[in-house]
Ligand binder design. Structure first.
Ligand code: GLN
Length: 201
């Protein structure tokens, strides 16, 4: 049974833990480098990406995290976690000096507009069977540009007739703009656990 760590610097940890356990994973909260060394994979939960980066630096996790990503560790980021996995951030007046990086994409923070802080949509996610996933977006980012090696797994209707990329995969890295840990639908986490099991096999 692989051990999946959850970066536990800010919050949204218990919600991910419950869904990961239901998918058959052992779960460990990660706050320090020794804990990162003990896990086979990592979930980057939602929160405030600027705060998470600052805390990661304070806890001496920034370089170890980047090394794990470069070494091919499976990492799944939801919402702020998606922002942390982006190689580039769109200039939208909300500064973020650096991310952990790993996915060749540009992400726009708070992209759906502040007037609508949260909303829900049904989204089809490629590779996730069983029909659309009910996706909860909370001050969510979207992917404004994805490199050639990035697989677009889902797009969502923005409400003004356009669609935006809200789920991507590059190698063992998975990212969603939305929060599947809040709906009781474990299919995104199960998809991630399949990536983890394939790597650990
Ligand atoms: N808006 C947050 C950020 O930019 C992300 C929100 C979330 O994780 N729900 O970091």
């Amino acid at each position: 049974m692989p051990t999946v760590g959850i970066l536990a610097l800010q919050g949204d940890v218990r919600e991910h833990a419950a869904v990961l356990r239901a998918a058959g994973a052992d779960v460990l909260g990660v706050r320090r480098p020794a804990e990162l060394e003990a896990v086979d994979a990592l979930v980057l939960p939602g929160g405030e990406s600027t705060t998470i980066v600052k805390l990661a630096r304070t806890f001496d996790l920034l370089d170890p995290l980047r090394k794990c990503i470069a070494d091919g560790m499976p990492v799944y980021g939801s919402c702020a976690g998606m922002i942390l996995l982006a190689d580039r951030i769109d200039g939208d007046g909300s500064p973020l000096e650096e991310t952990f990086g790993g996915i060749d994409m540009t992400v726009r923070r708070n992209a759906f507009g502040r007037q609508v802080d949260s909303f829900e949509r049904e989204v089809e996610v490629a590779g996730v069977p069983g029909g659309p996933v009910r996706a909860v977006f909370i001050r969510a980012p979207w992917v404004s540009q994805a490199g050639d090696g990035v697989r677009v797994l889902a797009r969502a209707d923005t409400g003004d007739g356009t669609t935006r990329i809200v789920a991507v995969r590059q190698g063992n890295l998975l990212a969603t703009s939305f929060h599947p840990e809040l709906t009781g639908d474990g299919r995104i986490h199960a998809y991630f656990c399949d990536i983890v099991r394939e790597r650990s096999a």
